[in-house]
Design a protein around this ligand. Structure first.
Ligand code: SF4
Length: 371
């Protein structure tokens, strides 16, 4: 593994990956972000929005990856932790804790650190789903396979060029959460370089060691998805009726709602695009009270990310967004909320303890931020 793992040039990235994949000592695991499944097909003559999860797993296995893991598993864990943090703050009446902003969008974190530095302390301390999945891959596979960290390689396929910055985030021991990031377009290029085609790839399933995610983890990849997940997860924790799930599925650039959750009334908002964020922020500065804000840099959220297939049109974005919401709904029979996901339960039982525990804070939260 190279010292400087922020590899941006495709040639160097592909060569480094080839070396890792050919090394018999290494276990190379790869995670797939939610938005990738409904857009990678555009590189191989499928329609935008078609859910190609199983074909993508098959393609990654053909490329030589040992374990394919779903980033929505990390999203499930992220939102489970977030729900607990927010509920504890509400319970303790900690007004100063709010508003909380999402950590999942790297574009937003970079923008915030450069334009609204004083707001950064309000960004959730819980690492992004991408980083959490990387951490789970590293720590759980070490434990299950008895391999040292140096022999586990954690790769990700993201809709986002900026996600490469997250390879610079470190645990206190100096290890990264994720080793290499490929964008959706780069995965297609890498496959073509190897003479592979998604059309002829077999269908396969996520790694038996870390399978599956809930509906909430998948819907993260489209605007409003994080707030939808947060509200359904909090309602489940409080054992109360969930509200406004459908409202946050609209594609509006700013969505706001006041939601009653058992004993609490909370204001939540979602916004995509920084010009739209500035409008909302002005209102917050003028006294608007909001408890949680989801900010996404890209149009329609991560489905419109800068690492996605080109050219992009409004119709394609709408098709990807609709396709991802449909893919999320297909998970309802498996698990609607993170707490119902058997893999999440197993990870808390075997590795993390409970939400907010010392181990959860060690493995799932930000440490040394280098952005
Ligand atoms: S919204 Fe855009 S910048 Fe933010 S994480 Fe998703 S793809 Fe990246």
């Amino acid at each position: 593994m190279p010292d400087d793992i922020y590899i941006n040039k495709e040639k160097e990235l592909f060569e480094a990956l080839e070396q890792e994949l050919e090394d018999p000592e290494k276990i190379v695991a790869v995670q797939i972000a939610p938005a990738v499944r409904v857009s990678i097909g555009e590189e191989f003559d499928y329609s935008p929005g078609e859910d190609l999860t199983r074909k993508t797993i098959g393609l990654l296995e053909q490329l030589g990856f040992d374990h394919v893991v779903d980033t929505p598993l990390g999203a499930d864990i992220n939102i489970y932790e977030e729900a607990y943090e927010i509920l504890h703050a509400l319970e303790r009446g900690e007004e100063g804790y709010f508003p909380v902003f999402n950590s999942c969008c790297i574009g937003w974190r970079l923008y915030c650190s450069r334009t609204h530095e004083s707001l950064c302390k309000h960004i959730s301390p819980i690492a992004s789903p991408h980083m959490i999945t990387g951490s789970i891959i590293n720590h759980y596979l070490q434990k299950k396979l008895g391999k040292p960290r140096k022999d586990i390689v954690s790769v990700s396929v993201m809709p986002c060029t900026l996600k490469k910055y997250e390879t610079m985030e470190r645990f206190p021991d100096g290890n990264p959460y994720v080793d290499y990031v490929l964008t959706t377009r780069e995965l297609a290029q890498f496959a073509r370089k190897k003479g592979l085609d998604l059309k002829t790839a077999p269908e396969s399933e996520f790694s038996e060691l870390l399978p599956g995610s809930s509906k909430d983890g998948v819907v993260f990849g489209v605007t409003g998805g994080l707030v939808e997940a947060l509200l359904t997860t909090m309602a489940h924790v409080l054992d109360v009726e969930k509200q406004d799930e459908e409202y946050f599925r609209k594609d509006d650039v700013i969505k706001e709602r006041t939601v009653k959750l058992g004993p609490y009334t909370i204001n939540v908002a979602t916004v995509h695009g920084f010009a739209n964020f500035e409008k909302l922020f002005k209102e917050i500065q003028n006294g608007k009270r909001v408890h949680f804000v989801e900010v996404m840099n890209c149009p329609y959220g991560c489905v419109g990310g800068p690492g996605q297939p080109l050219p992009v049109t409004e119709e394609k974005l709408k098709a990807r967004a609709a396709g991802l919401r449909k893919a999320a709904d297909s998970k309802r029979t498996f698990a609607t909320v993170p707490q119902e996901n058997p893999t999440v339960k197993k990870l808390y039982r075997e590795l993390l303890g409970r939400p907010g525990s010392e181990n959860a804070r060690k493995l799932l939260y930000f440490h040394k931020v280098q952005l």
